[in-house]
Design a protein around this ligand. Sequence first.
Ligand code: CMP
Length: 138
Amino acid sequence: ATNRTFTMIKPDGVANGHMGAIIDDITKGGFKIVALKYTKLSAETAGAFYAVHKERPFYADLVSFMSSGPIIAAILEKDNAVEDFRKLIGATDPTKAEPGTIRNKYAKSIDANAVHGSDSDENAEIEGSFFFSQLERF
Ligand code: CMP
């Protein structure tokens, strides 16, 4: 799955009215939408999604924030998808995100950072499968 990545528009991106602009940036960035849904994580599902960070000091805040409101989840396709998407969104900490990146434009803090992007091909497949069945991928 080297040409696919997984993203979420996080609760802040949705609540602040940026979901249309973010989807526009993603499609203008050359990514095709393979799967898309508007949904809300419970504390349990957010905790399971981010289980890899269970031992990190920010885990509790992350789970609480990610279950605080609706999100958009999507699988995206493009050559070199994981790396190119991380360039499009910018650094995790929005104060370090390059001008023009999605986090530079729309993120407020390291938790409320507008979007998630998978960090590897393997995680892209795991994360996409967390939200989408084969029947929901086009
Ligand atoms: P995300 O790519 O969704 O994966 C884990 C999230 O934890 C990350 O984005 C940030 O929003 C959040 N987070 C909070 N503090 C940190 C930190 N110190 N380092 C990395 N991620 C953090």
